[in-house]
Design a protein around this ligand. Structure first.
Ligand code: HEM
Ligand SMILES: [Mg+2]
Length: 300
């Protein structure tokens, strides 16, 4: 893994050498509610590609990322993510760098959304709340049966709560460990899947609220659509590694079975596992063409 990254170093950085990083970061703010992209939802056409990630798929379905799902760059992730859902450049740069590693040519500086399908490399994992485990078949498309099971944990509620979101996630871990002979689950998968729960909760409410309306959650997962027409607006507070890391700790704290996770979690654990995955600070600098130096990344 580290050697793959070091092989990149010689060539990475050429892809967008002319980048004006301060100008790029200045564009990374939520779009006005009048931005036509919020209402312009178009599901993918037959030549378009999508990923196991409902967040990126939704951004592409609204044109905040390339609608065909191809040639996605870190600058595009930073700007599109902030404009569409107020996700912070710190998160998009680091997770985008991890995404680049899944492409056949990371040094080219872009990936296609379906490159992210690769099982266990670097992000896709078992225990997804809306996709099957790899062992059971198609592990990248939305799966109604899995999703119905997840939704059952929110029965009778109009909004998620931290204990119900935590239970819905952990139920998939228990299912995997009991029924999947190839179940891959450890500290990294704990952090990624908890972070993904944090993502849908915070993007659809706010890091100050941490409780998302179930109708918004269903729109994001079932239609891969931003629930603008249901009244959602981007959080006024950006969703960052700091806010997600804090929520990951909260999800862990309310899990009565937390000892079984075999991990000690602190706020920086979530960011640290991604930074480690991309190969540390200098690999991150190369993969992001220097953008990471301008960002406040926890633990760096
Ligand atoms: C560069 C940025 C991102 C990359 C490369 C990425 C990639 C991925 C990948 C590969 C998965 C599959 C993990 C699995 O097997 O469950 C995933 C899941 C997920 N992503 Fe993203 N993602 C990114 C940003 C986001 C954003 C901005 C959101 C905001 C809502 C988001 C929400 C989610 C959620 C909720 C899941 C879990 C899906 C499930 O468990 O079924 N992601 N992401
Ligand atoms: Mg998965």
């Amino acid at each position: 893994m580290k050697s793959t990254v070091s092989l990149l170093l010689a060539t990475a950085g050429l892809a967008y050498a002319q980048l004006d990083i301060p100008a790029l970061l200045a564009q990374a703010v939520p779009a006005l509610p009048t931005d036509p992209r919020f209402r312009d939802y178009r599901p993918p056409g037959k030549n378009d590609v999508r990923s196991p990630c409902p967040g990126l798929n939704s951004l592409a379905n609204h044109g905040f990322l390339n609608r065909n799902g191809k040639n996605i760059t870190v600058p595009q992730l930073i700007v599109g993510g902030a404009q569409g859902i107020n996700i912070g450049p710190d998160f998009m740069a680091v997770v985008g760098a991890a995404g680049l590693l899944s492409s056949p040519n990371p040094a080219g500086g872009s990936f296609d959304l379906n490159n992210l399908d690769r099982h266990n490399f670097p992000i896709e994992h078992d225990v997804s709340i809306s996709r099957q485990d790899h062992y059971f078949g198609n592990w990248y498309d939305f799966n109604q049966r899995v999703w119905t099971g997840t939704l059952s944990y929110f029965k009778g509620l109009t909004r998620t709560t931290t204990p119900t979101a935590s239970k819905a996630r952990y139920a998939r871990v228990q299912y995997c460990e009991t029924n999947n002979p190839e179940c891959t689950y450890g500290p990294r998968q704990f952090l990624f899947s908890s972070g993904e729960t944090g993502l849908y909760v915070q993007i659809l409410s706010s890091p100050l609220v941490n409780s998302a309306p179930i109708s918004y959650v269903r729109s994001l997962f079932e239609k891969q659509k931003l629930p603008f027409d249901l009244g959602w607006r981007p959080s006024a507070v950006p969703i960052t590694f700091a806010t997600l890391g804090e929520y990951v700790v909260e999800l862990f704290a309310v899990n009565p079975d937390r000892a079984a996770e075999g991990i000690d979690v602190v706020q920086d654990s979530y960011a640290a596992t991604f930074v480690d995955l991309v190969g540390g600070a200098s690999a991150l600098r190369n993969l992001t063409n220097g953008i990471s130096d301008y960002l406040d990344i926890p633990g760096l």
